[in-house]
Structures are given as C-alpha cells and as structure tokens.
Design a protein. Structure first.
Length: 327
C-alpha cells in the first residue's frame, strides 16, 4: 500500500486529493496546524480515511516528525497562505509560510531520505499568479515569471527552490503550475465562491446586492477535482518535471457573474451588483490563460468540467446549502 503525506489537507485541493488517493489504495496522512484545529472535524467528516498529524511548514522539526510517522512514498505540499488579497496585508507571514515553508519541507524530505533523496516523490503547488504581468499569451512552462503580489512572489520562490532541490540533490520534485481551480469546497473569500454564495442568497431573497471589485479581470477557471488528478499523475512519472495545468479558456469576472445569475434564473443581474474600489488589487493581474498541452501529452491529463459546468455546480451547491439552512 503506497503512503502519502499532504500539507494543506483542510483546503479544497487537500480534500479532493485525499479522496483520489484513498480510491487509489493509498494510506493517506494529512498535516494540520495547531492544537484542536477546528478544521480537523471537516477532514474527519469529508475524508474519514485520512490520518491527521500536527505540524507546521514554518517548523522544520515538526515536519521531520511527520515524515517519521507517515513514512510517505509521496509528499504533496498544498499548504500556503493562499488568498492573494490577504498577502498584501500580511506579506511577511505569506513569505514565511508560502515561500520558506517550501524550503523547510524540501529540506525535511532530503534529511529524512538519507542516501536516496529520490525515494520520496514531492509535489509543489505552484500557481498561475507567478506569471502576474504576463509576458506570453497563453502562459506555458517556459513563460517568464513576473509576479504582481506578495503571494505570487512567494510562490515563485517555492517554485524555483523545488527546481533547485531537483537539480542539486536528484530529488523527484515536481511543480504543478495550476491556474485558478474552484469548487463548492472553495473558501468564501475567493471570488468564485463569493459569487456563487451571493447569487444563491439573492435568489432566495436573503440579500439584494453583491459588492465586487474589478469585473474586467480575466482568469482561466477549472474544477479543483480535475486538477488534483494532474498532481497525482505528475508523481507517477519516471522523471520529475514542471507542468502547467489549465483549461486553455479565459473568462472575465463579468462573465462569471452573468453565468452564475443565469444558473439562478436571474436575467437583470447588473442591478444586484455594486462595485467598491477597495476590492481592487494594488497591482492587478489582468489576463491569465494557460497552455496545458504538455500536461495533455506527457501526463495524459485533460479537464472534464468546463466553465459553465463549474459555475453551475457551485451555484447549485450553494442554493441547496442555503435552502437546507432555512428549513
């Protein structure tokens, strides 16, 4: 039975990846921060087969302890301070967790592996936010990185540190440059979930307005359940490498709103939207669209859920949730 350790187990990616690995017959361990972490109950409810360990990406000794207990064949580093807007408010914390945390887990794996640094396969969750002020359209593995947020800068550090450990120590360390991936499990602070929750509440008469920022920003949105399969496929390859994971389509926030309101059966959606300049980023990323042709060719991966299917899934899930809460 293969064994896997996942950091960031409580996020949407950690939950979907756990489900996939359990289906594949893995023994799965998840790393959670702090004593009595309130999200431990979420993991126990959603993926009861996962064994939880306490640890912190900022604490090398706790990572070494987790590796000794889990004895993993594969490590998936999904842990991060992942909300981009928050990274301007907490740039130092974002750097400590999202950047230095990658170094810590890589070093822990190197030390734990002894004479065979490639025996534990490592996945780093890189991000399309690394492209920032995009230099190519679409963006691919060779595109120059030009991050436009503290989060993006931290992800670039982790990305290059993963490459450095692969090249310096022969580690089987791969990065997935994942474009925006969403689901009903997405946190409410992210724009897709903010929209699906807000539209559901408007449909059920619980509110009248939804306050948004930049409606013209464009993103390549896919389904998180599809993207975790690409993570797993990377670690099944004989040679480690880096891959863009994306749908190859771009849509604006305005299109996201149109689609979400359409799913809810609301045509005159613009009367329900207010804009607030405080929600605009200090340095905007205007256009993200990924070229995942290498992932298709090498990994045999392709997305199964399109943009409209994703938005429909999220709005309908929040409609059911709010409807059940009213009963």
């Amino acid at each position: 039975m293969p064994r896997a350790l996942i950091t960031g187990i409580t996020g949407q990616d950690g939950l979907y990846l756990s489900e996939l690995l359990l289906r594949e017959g893995y023994e799965v361990y998840g790393l959670i921060r702090g004593q009595n972490n309130p999200k431990a109950d979420l993991v126990a409810r959603e993926v009861p087969g996962v064994q939880l360990l306490t640890g912190d990406l900022t604490d090398l000794s706790s990572l070494l302890r987790a590796l000794r207990v889990a004895q993993p064949d594969e490590v998936y580093n999904l842990g991060a301070v992942s909300f981009v807007a928050y990274s301007w408010e907490q740039a130092a914390l974002t750097t400590e967790v999202t950047a230095t945390g990658v170094l810590n887990i890589l070093e822990a794996i190197r030390l734990h592996s002894g004479d065979d640094p490639s025996r534990i396969r490592f996945y780093q969750a890189s991000s399309s936010e690394m492209f920032g002020k995009v230099q190519d359209v679409p963006q691919r593995e060779s595109t120059l990185l030009w991050p436009r947020s503290p989060y993006g800068v931290a992800k670039v550090y982790g990305h290059y540190m993963t490459i450095n450990y692969r090249e310096s120590y022969g580690m089987h360390a791969s990065s997935g440059i994942l474009f925006n991936h969403e689901s009903p499990r997405r946190g409410p602070e992210f724009v897709t979930r903010k929209v699906s929750m807000g539209v559901a509440a408007i449909k059920l008469g619980l509110r009248d307005k939804l306050t948004m920022g930049n409606l013209d920003a464009r993103r390549d949105w896919g389904f998180a359940g599809d993207y975790v399969e690409a993570m797993w496929r990377m670690l099944q390859q004989p040679t480690a490498s880096d891959f863009v994971v994306a749908t190859g389509e771009t849509h604006s926030v305005r299109e996201l709103l149109e689609c979400a309101f359409r799913v809810a059966g609301i045509d005159d959606w613009e009367q329900h939207i207010d804009q607030d300049k405080s929600f605009f980023r200090p340095a905007e990323v205007d256009l993200l669209i990924g070229d995942a042709s290498r992932a298709r060719t090498v990994l045999g991966w392709k997305p199964s859920v399109d943009f409209e299917g994703l938005v429909t899934m999220m709005v309908e899930a929040d409609l059911r949730r709010l409807h059940d809460a009213q009963r």
